[in-house]
Design a protein around this ligand. Structure first.
Ligand SMILES: [Zn+2]
Length: 318
C-alpha cells in the first residue's frame, strides 16, 4: 500500500465515522433529492401512516434559483427537515429564502422550525390559523413526541407563518416566477398549490395523493373537486403531489382523483337523497374501481362516511 492509498483509506474511515455520527442526528430513512425540472427537486416520503418510516411519509420540494431557494412544505419532523437541507446543500449553496406551505397538517409542518431558524419567511394559506389554534393540534403534537421520539421531542413546536396568503399571488426569485394558487378549504382548513411557471411544474400539495386512496378526513370535497377540475385543464410538464411519486402526466393523475371524489359524492349523495342509512349504502356500493388501490382498507370507509355526513349538511343548507 502506498502512502497515498493509505491516506485515502484513512480518510474514508474518517468519513465512515462521520456517517455513524450522522446516523444519530438523522432518522435511518432513505431520502433522495430527485430532479423534476430545471429549477425543481423533491424528496418523496414512503407510503404509510403518519408515524411510519420515522415520519417520512410526505413529500417536500425545493425551487433552486440564482438568488436563493424556496422550499415547499417542511416534512414531518425537524430531523427530516435537516436531512432535506443536507441534501439541498449537495446541489446548491444558495440560502433558503422562503418556505411555502401547501397546508397545515403535522406531516408537512413539523420541520418548519429548522427553516425559521435560518431566517426564511414562512408563507401559509389562509385557513391554516384554524389548525394552529385548534385544541387537537396540541394533542397530536404530544402524541407524536411519544410515537416519533426522538425525532419529534420537547423542542419540537408549531411555527406560525410570517404571513397568510388568501387569493392568488406571484413571487419571483432569481428570475423564476412562482404562482401561488389559493385552493381555500379543500383537503384541509386552507390549501394552496404552487405553479413553478418557467418549468410548468405544479406543486399541488395534498389535493393529490398519488398511488393510494387519498385521506379525505375533514375535507370539503365540493371545493376540492372544483379545484382539481380547474387544474386538469392546465398545460403542465410535471406535477409533484403531497404524497407519492411525481408525475410527468399530471392530467391523468388528476383525473383519477377526480373520479374517486366524484364517485364518493355520487354514491353517498344518492344515499342521502333517498335517506338510505350509511352502512346499507356502503355495503351496496361497488367499490371495484378503487378496491386494489393502496390504503383502500384503511381509508375508504372513513372517507365515504365523511362524505355522507358532509352531503347531509350540504343538503340541509340548500
Ligand atoms: Zn394533509
Amino acid at each position: 500500500m502506498t502512502f497515498i492509498t493509505r491516506l485515502l483509506a484513512g480518510l474514508l474511515l474518517l468519513a465512515g465515522l462521520n456517517n455513524a455520527h450522522a446516523d444519530e442526528e438523522f432518522p435511518p430513512v432513505v431520502m433522495e433529492l430527485l430532479k423534476v425540472s430545471e429549477h425543481v427537486y423533491y424528496v418523496q416520503g414512503a407510503p404509510g401512516a403518519a408515524t411510519q418510516n420515522h415520519g417520512f411519509i410526505s413529500n417536500a420540494s425545493v425551487v433552486v434559483t440564482d438568488e436563493g431557494v424556496i422550499v415547499f412544505d417542511s416534512l414531518g419532523t425537524p430531523a427530516l427537515a435537516k436531512l432535506l437541507l443536507q441534501k439541498l446543500r449537495e446541489v446548491t449553496d444558495q440560502p433558503v429564502k422562503k418556505v411555502i406551505l401547501s397546508h397545515y397538517h403535522a406531516d408537512h409542518v413539523y420541520g418548519l422550525q429548522v427553516f425559521k431558524e435560518l431566517g426564511a419567511e414562512i408563507i401559509a394559506p389562509a385557513g391554516a390559523e384554524e389548525y394552529i389554534n385548534a385544541e387537537n393540534t396540541a394533542t397530536v403534537l404530544a402524541e407524536r413526541r411519544k410515537l416519533l421520539a426522538p425525532w419529534v421531542n420537547a423542542d419540537t413546536h408549531i411555527v406560525s407563518p410570517d404571513r397568510y396568503v388568501e387569493g392568488n399571488e406571484e413571487i419571483t426569485l432569481g428570475g423564476v416566477t412562482l404562482k401561488l394558487i389559493f385552493n381555500g378549504k379543500a383537503h384541509s382548513d386552507g390549501d394552496q398549490s404552487v405553479l413553478v411557471e418557467p418549468d410548468g411544474v405544479l406543486l399541488i400539495g395534498d389535493l393529490i395523493f398519488e398511488g393510494r386512496v387519498p385521506y379525505v378526513g375533514d375535507a370539503n370535497t365540493k371545493v376540492w373537486l372544483e379545484r382539481l377540475k380547474e387544474m386538469e385543464k392546465g398545460k403542465l410538464a410535471a406535477m409533484v403531489p403531497g404524497h407519492g411519486p411525481m408525475s410527468k402526466n399530471p392530467q391523468e393523475v388528476i383525473k383519477t382523483t377526480v373520479h374517486y371524489i366524484e364517485f364518493l359524492r355520487d354514491k353517498m349523495g344518492a344515499a342521502v337523497e333517498e335517506m338510505t342509512p350509511f352502512d346499507e349504502a356502503y355495503e351496496a356500493t361497488d367499490w371495484g374501481d378503487f378496491i386494489d388501490m393502496p390504503a383502500f382498507a384503511e381509508a375508504n370507509r372513513t372517507n365515504a362516511y365523511q362524505v355522507y355526513l358532509s352531503l347531509e349538511r350540504e343538503s340541509m343548507a340548500e
